[in-house]
Write a protein that binds this ligand. Structure first.
Ligand code: F6P
Length: 351
């Protein structure tokens, strides 16, 4: 995310605009004052590789209510800001789109309330919104990758490589729980890139009586001479009845059925830290630049775009279509329509 902020700041300056950073997410927009800061070229020096977000982030209940968004609109006008590049997941991007849809009504209300004068508002007829997707979960539809996902995957791979030493030496099994909320991308890709024996995902729950199948596969690997066993469990993993599949349950099966000396490693927030991998630095830089271009090219009729990457090209997609599709995947899973969920993730998917 820091690489994205750096790119937006520098591209804006290069295009002759003034750049501001809103610290602490929507909380900063609502509070205003010192949380909205003018940014100069050198303010983002060294930000390319930094993990986390240096401008901070916060969940903000106030922004979900109109009163909070009114306050946010006032702060933008006072700071002279007429475009917002928002980096976040579907919640943050939906909030941004609602904000834009209420504009210029919010300004009219502020004038009526006597909070702002008409002359103050007249240069701010439109508010341009552009979305960048920042999430380790890679859970947004319409884009192949979200900013942070590959760094997180890199961290997971490193962690499993470290675990391998003990697994191999002691001939043990490890059940590794990875993040991803309701999305199995991190777990699936971690499984591929570490050569895991078995993977549990939310979108594609295992068949009934999967315990026997898992044990059969692991036994085959062991018989073939494999000294270590790695099972990856997505934190949102479920069975076909939507019951969570927990690392503890999987561990117990491996111990009881296969007599494997089995440990659990929950990677937790390690997956969200450390330096950004090269792909994320490149992705965030190219997308940050494209976000500024999208702002400068937008017209009052342009739908808010989300900056995506598709087949290795940086693209613009209608923001709310992407959010709607993302929510549709969750809806399919809730209704046990797993093939539907997979089809939304990948239209060419076949069971
Ligand atoms: O969405 C990113 C994510 O790291 C998820 O993978 C995880 O479920 C969640 O956030 C953890 O959130 P928190 O840090 O608030 O516990």
């Amino acid at each position: 995310m820091n690489a994205a902020v750096r790119a937006v700041v520098r591209m804006s300056i290069a295009q002759g605009c003034e750049a501001y950073a809103i610290y602490e997410g929507y909380e900063g927009l609502v509070q205003g004052g010192g949380l909205i800061k003018r940014m100069h070229w050198e303010d983002v020096r060294g930000w390319l590789s930094e993990g986390g977000t240096l401008i901070g982030t916060a969940r903000c209940k106030k922004f979900t209510e109109r009163a909070g968004r009114l306050q946010g609109a006032k702060n933008l006008v006072l700071a002279g800001i007429d475009a917002l590049v928002v980096c976040g997941g579907d919640g943050s991007l939906t909030g941004a789109d609602i904000f834009r849809s209420e504009w210029p009504g919010l300004l009219a209300e502020l004038i009526e309330l006597g909070e702002l004068a008409e002359e103050q508002c007249s240069p701010f007829k439109t508010l341009n919104i552009v979305g960048l997707v920042g999430s380790i979960d890679n859970d947004m539809s319409s884009t192949d990758a979200t900013i942070g996902a590959y760094s997180s995957l890199t961290r997971i791979c490193q962690a499993v490589d470290f675990i391998d030493a003990t697994a191999y030496s002691h001939s043990r099994a490890f059940v590794v729980e990875v993040m991803g909320r309701h999305c199995g991308w991190l777990a699936l890709m971690a499984g591929l890139s570490t050569g895991a024996d078995f993977v549990f995902l939310p979108e594609k729950p295992p068949q009934d009586k999967w315990e026997g199948e898992m044990c059969r596969i692991i036994k085959t690997h062991r018989t073939a001479g494999k000294r270590k066993t790695i099972v990856i469990v997505a934190e949102g993993a479920i069975d076909r009845e939507l019951k969570p599949i927990t690392a503890t349950y999987v561990r117990d099966i491996l111990v009881d059925e296969l007599r494997l000396d089995t440990r659990i490693t929950t990677l937790g927030h390690v997956q969200r830290g450390g330096t950004a991998c090269a792909f994320d630095r490149i992705l965030a830089t190219l997308q940050g630049g494209e976000a500024v271009r999208a702002v400068l090219e937008s017209t009052p009729d342009t739908l808010s775009p989300m900056i995506a990457i598709n087949e290795n090209k940086i693209t613009r997609k209608p923001l709310m279509d992407a959010v709607r599709l993302t929510k549709a995947v969750a809806e399919c899973i809730k209704n046990k329509d797993f093939a539907g969920a997979m089809n939304l993730r990948d239209p060419e998917f076949e069971e």
